[in-house]
Design a protein around this ligand. Structure first.
Ligand SMILES: [Mn+2]
Length: 318
């Protein structure tokens, strides 16, 4: 029903804007570019507006060189926001939400339903899975560039098909993408075997801060602005660092603390089994999934670390 209203809304629209969140990841970029390429192919006047840079590793994807930055307010027949839990995460792109008809498509439980139509499917491993269905229902042919975008969305949000969000359906969809031309080893080479030297030096610095708490059930890695500057790494290079802290046998919850600007700290949280890190993040105004969540907190690195450690320990004791 909700799918049908979205499909008819898209079909009756010509001028369409796709928006997604700042600090983009593989799913936000992959799902947005897949829909962008598909709608473009169907003849729509479509643009993908993003208030950020596309991370280098995703620049091989079709359409990645045609993103627009948010500028003047413009009217669109519809706005489609993807993979974004709330309007604030759109950055300056949120200005397009005013006086435009908004379709909000996401898989985050914490999505606050800011659209006129909201399709929030927490059982989808990635927004890319929902976009796969949308493109199928629009009866637009799945060509190789579209499939590569969707594959990127799904492989990154499932942690290379290892997280509990990975389902039978995930593999069915991915099977179809491979059937339509995706070269798996080439995708892994582009996404995972393409690190810059600066990124690896950053990982070295990050690991030097690794600490354990709560009988080693909690691990914590932190990065200050100064350390970021010293390593000359890019902001996007911090992606995946938290996994190094998580992937340790004794660890149940991993914390990654990153200084965004003086007094403003971004916190990433990962858990393996029962601990609900989305609940922890929510207490600090953030959100996410049970096993992967985040928030932005005011304070120094040490202050924020103290508060988060306390909240995580409480969650573990529940
Ligand atoms: Mn996602």
């Amino acid at each position: 029903m909700i799918f049908q209203s979205i499909i008819s809304k898209i079909k009756e629209s010509n001028k369409i804007a796709i928006l997604s969140h700042i600090m983009p990841d593989g799913d936000s970029i992959g799902s947005s570019l897949a829909l962008y390429n598909a709608l473009k192919k169907s003849g729509a006047d479509v643009r993908f507006i993003l208030d950020d840079e596309i991370p280098k590793i995703y620049r091989f994807l079709e359409g990645s060189d045609r993103i627009r930055r948010p500028g003047q307010f413009e009217g669109f027949d519809i706005i489609i926001a993807l993979d974004c839990g709330d309007a604030e995460r759109l950055g300056k792109s949120s200005l397009y939400l005013n006086n435009n008809y908004v379709i909000n498509i996401d898989h985050h439980v914490s999505n606050n339903g800011f659209g006129n139509i909201n399709l929030i499917d927490k059982d989808s491993a990635a927004t890319g899975e929902i976009i796969y269905d949308i493109i199928k229902l629009l009866e637009i042919e799945m060509d190789r560039p579209i499939c590569e975008c969707l594959y990127t969305a799904i492989v990154t949000d499932t942690g290379q098909f290892q997280y509990s969000n990975t389902t039978f359906r995930t593999h069915q969809i991915v099977g179809d993408l491979i059937n339509n031309g995706v070269n798996v080893s080439l995708m892994f080479e582009k996404i995972y075997q393409n690190n810059s030297k600066e990124k690896i030096v950053l990982i070295k610095t990050a690991l030097s801060t690794l600490e354990f708490f709560h009988n080693d059930a909690i691990s914590c890695i932190s990065l200050t602005l100064e350390q970021m500057k010293e390593t000359k790494a890019m902001d996007e290079d911090t992606e995946g660092i938290i996994n190094l802290a998580r992937d340790i046998d004794c660890v149940e919850v991993a914390i990654f603390i990153k200084e965004l600007e003086p007094g403003k700290i971004k916190v990433g949280l990962r858990s393996k089994k029962k601990a609900d890190v989305a609940a922890v993040a929510l207490r600090f105004g953030g959100g996410g999934h049970v096993h992967a969540a985040g928030c932005t907190v005011k304070g120094t690195v040490a202050e924020v670390k103290g508060k988060i450690l306390e909240a995580v320990a409480e969650e573990l004791g529940r």
